[in-house]
Design a protein around this ligand. Structure first.
Ligand SMILES: NC(=O)c1ccc[n+]([C@@H]2O[C@H](COP(=O)([O-])OP(=O)(O)OC[C@H]3O[C@@H](n4cnc5c(N)ncnc54)[C@H](OP(=O)(O)O)[C@@H]3O)[C@@H](O)[C@H]2O)c1
Length: 191
């Protein structure tokens, strides 16, 4: 089975996944009924999760202390820190990008959730390794924070798959295009 790397993440209207201090309080501030983000179906489709060290520590220490929310799901945490242990996750110093993706795919073929955060997303953007982007745009303009796509990767052209209004949230789904980027003008077909 082929693996697919899926970025499934919520962001502010101005493209931040967290405030400057790392807070994601804005995600809970949307008024109205709790939106159905198809999370349960998405989660059931997964074989593994990849996340960065900062995201891991926030989940473990602040968002869900005492209970790991992805129990039973193979979770790979990118970190350069040594001597960490947690029975719920696998710490890895494999470079986030092709080496880690090949490692995880070979063990858990199927859908792999790229959970975030920004630093790790940039590493996978660099090699155009994300197959599907599922972005939930919240009705909040943060003004500053941790960008969804921090600079440092080549231009990446995507194919819009769907666009859905869920309450006050917009779900944008994109697919990777087979060839990344736009060809230079000299390579464009004559008009
Ligand atoms: N809105 C959402 O849905 C959503 C989803 C996910 C995350 N977030 C937010 O994203 C923020 C965290 O994002 P972030 O960009 O600060 O950090 P991040 O991407 O979660 O993690 C960065 C960390 O990954 C590790 N790392 C980076 N490059 C590496 C490499 N080449 N090899 C091995 N390990 C490497 C390092 O961990 P060590 O320091 O351990 O070495 C680094 O500090 C949090 O505030 C979180 O709330 C939001």
């Amino acid at each position: 089975m082929e693996s697919r790397l899926i970025l499934y993440i919520a962001a502010s209207l101005d493209g931040y996944i967290a405030g400057k201090d790392g807070s994601i309080r804005f995600l809970d501030e949307t008024p109205g009924p709790s939106p159905d983000l198809d999370y349960e179906d998405f989660y059931r489709s997964l074989q593994a999760v990849i996340m960065g060290g900062n995201t891991y520590r926030q989940i473990k220490n602040e968002l869900s202390p005492g209970k790991w929310p992805y129990e039973g799901m193979p979770c790979y945490v990118c970190t350069r820190r040594k001597d960490q242990s947690d029975p719920n996750v696998c710490f890895t110093s494999l470079p986030p990008g092709r080496p880690l993706l090949d490692f995880v795919s070979s063990r858990h073929p199927g859908n792999i959730w790229l959970l975030g955060g920004g630093e790790i997303i940039r590493c996978f953007m660099y090699g155009n390794l994300i197959d599907r982007y599922c972005i939930y745009v919240m009705p909040t303009v943060l003004g500053s924070g941790i960008p969804l796509f921090p600079a440092g990767f080549p231009k990446t052209s995507l194919k819009l798959e769907s666009c859905r209004k869920i309450g006050e949230i917009v779900e944008l789904a994109y697919q990777k295009r087979d060839c990344a980027g736009t060809p230079p003008p000299s390579k464009l077909p004559p008009k």
